[in-house]
Design a protein around this ligand. Structure first.
Ligand code: ZN
Ligand code: ZN
Length: 350
């Protein structure tokens, strides 16, 4: 076990400012949720019928006009987010948050670079150790390649033993000791900023049944200093500035916030202490803290695409009600760009 300071870019050179792309490789909560053939057939039937009735001549343009719930759906891979400096070619230009099943596909992408030649370096920040945030790790190709270096970071002191437990018979055929890459563990200090390349990373506590830490990641783009706030998994039981204390800094003026919206407001009330929240809670927080853009994730594994689309409609109605209320009281409602994220969704912070 080493400290986070070991991993700092020690070259002392000034890094070029780059745009940063945040990509959501897995936005489903709790359990990978593949689409059933029945659900795909139903969606195809509706799309084909709609296409025929629309009189449109180009299928691609027609499909583009449909909401995500009517085409590909929100996706079924669990928690994994990539934060990447666009066009960067340094090992420290990419951070990964959590190892849900979405990590398998991200690993495939990474293998097309230095990791495929055994010359890569990977940084993985972990929020907590629930299965849906770890299940992709045994299928992360770079960790099996000799010459690669895989760095894990977490606040929790049992980081190394929990990762090693993922590679143990009879649960997985390859033992941790047999991994061919060099694996390093870095224990983080709560609310202490540390550097990975051009990223300044600070862990803040979330509200979840087992200790869970979100991350604020700040960086310089050609236009400005930007911040990505990762706040999944969290029930967000602490909302007021007083209750949040130091952890309010996770959200403050963030350019992009990923927020836990496993439930609707009513479902959240029925699932108190389950550790997950609802989109309107995130919007209230975002409006108060000056967040510019918010994406909602950790969709319930039991929720169909239609059900998630309905939660999105409820959220829109909530936003409209807030807007009307502000207007009646001669207040200006701040603009916030929001939507429910789907697997593969990405946002460029320029
Ligand atoms: Zn989770
Ligand atoms: Zn969890």
């Amino acid at each position: 076990m080493s400290t986070a300071a070991d991993s700092n870019n020690s070259s002392g050179t000034t890094l070029i400012k780059r745009e940063v792309r945040v990509t959501f490789w897995g936005v489903r909560g709790s359990l990978p949720t593949p689409q059933t053939p029945e659900a795909i057939r139903g969606r195809l039937r509706e799309a084909l019928t709609g296409f025929a009735e629309s009189g449109a001549s180009h299928a691609d343009a027609y499909l583009e006009s449909l909401p995500i719930s009517a085409v590909g759906g929100y996706g079924g891979d669990t928690a994994c987010v990539e934060v990447e400096r666009v066009g960067g070619n340094l090992a420290d230009d990419r951070l990964i948050i959590d190892c849900g099943s979405g990590l398998r596909r991200l690993g495939g992408k990474i293998m097309s670079g230095p990791c495929g030649r055994g010359q890569g370096k990977v940084h993985i920040l972990l929020t907590h150790f629930h299965w849906d945030h770890l299940v992709g790790l045994p299928f992360f190709s770079p960790i099996f390649i000799p010459g690669n270096e895989v760095n894990f970071y977490a606040v929790q002191p049992d980081l190394s033993q929990n990762i090693q437990a993922m590679f143990r018979k009879p649960f997985f055929p390859v033992a941790f000791e047999e991994l061919r890459s060099t694996v390093r563990f870095h224990q983080l200090e709560p609310r202490q900023t540390f550097k990975i390349g051009a990223f300044d990373v600070t862990p803040y506590q979330l509200d979840h049944p087992d200790p869970c830490w979100g991350y604020r990641i700040e960086f310089e783009t050609p236009k400005a200093r930007r911040a990505y706030a990762h706040a999944v998994d969290s029930e967000c039981t602490r909302i007021s500035e007083f209750d949040l204390g130091e952890d309010v800094k996770l959200y403050r003026q963030a350019d992009l916030l990923l927020f836990d919206a496993q439930y609707t407001l009513q479902e959240a009330a029925e699932h108190m202490n389950w550790g997950h929240s609802a989109a309107p809670v995130g919007l209230d927080l975002a409006l108060r803290e000056g967040v510019k853009c918010i994406r909602f994730a950790h969709h319930d594994p039991g929720a169909s695409d239609a059900k998630i689309a309905d939660a999105e409609r409820q959220t829109r109605a909530y936003m409209e009600a807030l807007g009307s209320f502000a207007k009646q009281n001669a207040r200006i409602q701040p603009d916030v760009d929001w939507r429910f994220a789907h697997d593969g969704d990405s946002i460029l912070l320029d």
